[in-house]
Design a protein around this ligand. Structure first.
Ligand code: SD4
Length: 324
């Protein structure tokens, strides 16, 4: 599809193209003559049908899993109504929006950006770090400068609505992470492409009114996201501090490697967190996982978590089982 007509169909404007020049690269994956094609799918945390549809359509056209996932999450990064991802995300307690993201592909390559200001499409930027630098992680001003050098345009990520909410918050400055209060939140997406290769992306504005410089699990490979093409992949949302302490996504993939199903692995990862909190915790953590057979697992501490999957041109959102 031509770039212009893709943008028209996806509902994304030219401004999005200008700030994320690399997201819209033509598909790089061609069909392998050696490997039979398999049915691709895209699965993401929360109720994000537009994002998984975009990724699913890209996969159907033969795009590789990583590019499809980045394309999918870019919808939510541009979505001003989503106050937990990308532009329109809630700011830190000083009123600055800072974004975190990471990507991991089927070869085990990964890239991440942390606490980035003024750049909307941080998942795409994380891929640039992976491909074009000798590093895995760029943080803060270094990540922003790198984005500018790659042609990303700086934007004001604080919308009037987010600014108003922050101004109301500073009246009391009472910090209690608001998680699971909306229908969508940090977006983690896992894709399996026509070659059966797995990749994943996690992108977020982190916790509303966090301390300046705070980084959660989402851009931390192994915590917010982990992919092993021989085993499976997992991605997290929720209170990042708790996910980091148990290296949740890596744990899930390792449990699957030992033979557990994605569902049993997600449950074990949640139970590891709960083992440190004998009383019912007031924070939320949620995981989704897939294995190489296409089995899916999902589990959360509290109810209300959902995931959305696009497979064979069908998109469904599922409620996820929880401990409480
Ligand atoms: C973080 N895990 O920064 C993210 C926040 C999140 O649902 O997932 N919220 O800790």
């Amino acid at each position: 599809m031509k770039r212009r007509s893709f943008l028209d169909k996806s509902g994304l404007g030219l401004s999005t193209l200008l700030v994320a020049p690399k997201v819209w690269a033509e598909p790089k994956t061609t069909n392998s003559k050696n490997k039979p094609l398999v049915t691709p799918y895209a699965i993401a945390t929360w109720n994000v049908p537009e994002a998984v549809n975009l990724a699913g359509t890209a996969l159907e056209k033969g795009r590789n899993a990583l590019d499809a996932a980045i394309e999918g999450v870019s919808f939510e990064e541009s979505n001003l109504k989503n106050t937990t991802v990308g532009k329109g995300g809630a700011p830190d307690r000083e009123g600055t929006v800072t974004l975190d993201a990471c990507v991991m592909d089927h070869l085990g390559n990964c890239g991440a950006v942390m606490a980035v200001e003024q750049i909307t499409h941080v998942a795409s930027l994380a891929k640039e770090v992976m491909l074009k630098t000798p590093h895995v992680i760029l943080a803060g001003e270094g990540a922003r400068q790198f984005a500018l050098s790659e042609g990303y345009l700086p934007e004001n990520l604080l919308t009037p609505e987010s600014k108003k909410a922050w101004e109301a918050w500073i009246e009391k400055s009472n910090y209690s992470p608001q998680i699971n209060v909306e229908n969508h939140d940090t977006i983690g997406m896992l894709c399996s492409d026509q070659l059966g290769n797995l990749s994943g992306v996690c992108t977020t504005s982190g916790l509303a009114y966090k301390m300046k410089g705070r980084v959660g699990d989402s851009p931390v490979i192994g915590s917010g996201l982990f992919v092993d093409n021989e085993v499976g992949a997992a991605v997290a949302t929720g209170l990042g501090e708790e996910v980091i302490k148990t290296v949740g996504s890596f744990l899930i993939v390792e449990l699957m490697r030992q033979g557990k199903t994605p569902q049993a692995s997600c449950e074990e990862a949640i139970n590891r967190i709960l083992a440190k909190h004998p009383n019912k915790p007031d924070f939320q953590v949620c995981f989704i996982a897939v294995d190489t057979k296409g089995q899916i697992g999902a589990y959360s501490i509290h109810s209300g978590f959902t995931y959305t999957i696009n497979k064979e041109n069908k998109t469904t959102t599922q409620a996820v089982e929880s401990v409480f």
